[in-house]
Design a protein around this ligand. Structure first.
Ligand SMILES: NC(=O)c1ccc[n+]([C@@H]2O[C@H](COP(=O)([O-])OP(=O)(O)OC[C@H]3O[C@@H](n4cnc5c(N)ncnc54)[C@H](OP(=O)(O)O)[C@@H]3O)[C@@H](O)[C@H]2O)c1
Length: 279
């Protein structure tokens, strides 16, 4: 079974550097996926209230027979839980669905800057963290100005910023800000996403590097993430691919390999930094 390295968060909690993405699996599919993943060594599961599968994630964890505290479970609260104290009820409902006493990481799913409620929501998150219901708190889809505003108006620095990230969309500004402020960057859609993985993984530079390292293109991409300190969240409901995605801690990309991947950022998705609502 593969041992997955951990990265320390600013709260002292350790986060496994590779986690299982769970969108768009439903409760039944995700429970089976969590059992298969845990058997391979996964202990970090990424869910969200918006995915409608928190109960299935928790059910899968219970079915493994492995103690809850050995898992790292993230959930996210979407826009309906922003503003006032809405996040309190949002987290309570999530915990009831999961039948858990706490989550390891609670994220604001999107900043929704036009609503201008993410700062007050973050203040509520700070209280939920202080009360022990979330062992760490963080954000998702935040750009540098949103992070700067939290730094100016709140007390707790987000433990993570979970953003769409892959070699075609490397987001240097968000990563640099995060590194300078002790925020761990989590890569979602790390393989290019459900609709983009096939084209990313067919890139000739990736296939050539894969051949040279006797790895798969997906392993080269995931190695690109973890070697640069990101936490990667590949989704798969296929145990063979789950195992493949874990095989990234057994080889290294050279500085020259990383240089070969840099031009991918000039591809069609490089400028995709919109406020689109992701999953
Ligand atoms: N915070 C946010 O706003 C947000 C937004 C999007 C996603 N996320 C999170 O990030 C997770 C991952 O993102 P994602 O699902 O969009 O994209 P992804 O993980 O980059 O790609 C998933 C796709 O890649 C395929 N795949 C997985 N491993 C593979 C391999 N080794 N070789 C070839 N194909 C492979 C999967 O198919 P199979 O299942 O058939 O293997 C699936 O079609 C989500 O599940 C979710 O937890 C968060």
């Amino acid at each position: 079974m593969t041992a997955i390295p951990v990265v320390p968060l600013n709260t002292g909690v350790a986060i496994p550097q590779l986690g299982l993405g769970t969108w768009p699996m439903d409760d039944a599919e995700v429970a089976d996926a969590v059992v298969a993943a845990a058997d391979l060594g996964y202990r970090h599961i990424d869910t969200a209230t918006a995915y409608g599968n928190e109960a299935g994630v928790a059910e899968g964890i219970r079915r493994t027979g492995i103690p809850r505290e050995e898992f790292f479970v993230t959930t996210k609260l979407d826009g309906s839980f922003q503003g006032g104290d809405r996040a309190v009820a949002g987290l309570q409902a999530a915990l009831e669905r999961m039948r858990f006493d706490y989550v390891d990481l609670l994220l604001i799913h999107w900043p929704l800057p036009k609503r201008d409620e993410y700062v007050s929501t973050w203040r509520t998150f700070e209280r939920l963290h202080a009360g022990g219901l979330a062992r760490a708190i963080g954000v998702s889809n935040f750009k540098v100005p949103h992070l700067e505003r939290l730094a100016a108006e709140a007390d707790v620095v987000p433990a993570v910023n979970q953003v769409e990230l892959d070699p075609r969309v490397p987001r240097p500004a968000q990563r640099e800000y995060a590194a300078a402020h002790g925020i761990v960057t989590e890569s979602y859609s790390p393989l290019g996403g459900a609709s983009g993985a096939a084209s990313l993984l067919a890139d000739p530079v990736l296939t050539e590097l894969a051949e040279r390292h006797s790895r798969t293109p997906a392993q080269i991409v995931l190695r690109w993430h973890v070697q640069q300190g990101m936490v990667a969240l590949p989704k798969s409901s296929n145990p063979k691919r789950m195992a493949e995605n874990l095989g990234v801690f057994e080889f290294e990309l050279s500085p020259a390999d990383l240089d070969r991947l840099a031009p991918l950022a000039g591809g069609p998705d490089a400028g995709n930094d919109s406020d689109r609502i992701g999953h």
